[in-house]
Design a protein around this ligand. Structure first.
Ligand code: CU
Length: 197
């Protein structure tokens, strides 16, 4: 994947993150320091409401089977997508946006993990999962997406390493949720497929 796509992805994520913060209206109670230092005009309520309406129309992509009820996805290109991750199914009243993020199509191989995870693509979710099973990680070479999460609020989650409760802070969520990928080129399973661009 070229770095242009990755960079524009980050800009997108930051924009959506900002929208999420403005629209939540509860930034102050959540103690997000960065926001209060902002000066100048603030976005109008109707402008922010229109953001939601706009996003709802284009977040219609279904990269996973079965579909994730807590996620809305937008296909940006054949191998790049962005998502909104809610605290409960988005079809439920009161569902809150917790993460925005982006994802790169690839296999569960260290060779396909963007930047080896350093830029935040730490979680692999396989494209197809049998019913009732979590789709994190998988067998070496399984098709799916590498995800990067950016929290837009303080939210409770389980630390994937210790399984203890932790609070996610707004910003890049390197702890959500690392899946260590195997090297596929040395696994003896035939030639390596081309990497996603
Ligand atoms: Cu997953």
């Amino acid at each position: 994947m070229n770095s242009g796509i990755r960079r524009s992805g980050i800009v997108f994520v930051i924009l959506v993150a900002a929208c999420g913060l403005f629209a939540s209206g509860s930034v102050a109670d959540e103690g997000h320091g960065g926001h209060s230092s902002m000066s100048g005009p603030v976005p109008s309520w109707t402008a922010m409401q229109a953001v939601g309406e706009t996003l709802a129309k284009v977040y219609d992509f279904k990269p996973f089977s079965p579909a994730q009820p807590n996620h809305l996805w937008m296909k940006a290109s054949d191998n790049y997508a962005t998502f909104l991750h809610f605290n409960k199914p988005f079809s439920k009243k009161g569902a809150k946006l917790v993460f925005v993020g982006d994802a790169v199509k690839g296999r569960f191989c260290s060779e396909d993990q963007p930047d080896g995870g350093k830029t935040g693509f730490v979680h692999f979710h396989r494209a197809v999962t049998s019913a009732g099973v979590m789709g994190h990680g998988g067998k070496p070479g399984t098709d799916g997406w590498w995800l990067r999460h950016v929290a837009v609020r303080h939210a409770p989650m389980k630390n994937p390493k210790t399984m203890k409760k932790m609070i996610v802070k707004p910003g890049l969520a390197m702890m959500f949720m690392p899946t260590k990928a195997p090297a596929c080129s040395s696994s003896g399973k035939g030639p390596l497929l081309p990497l996603p661009e």
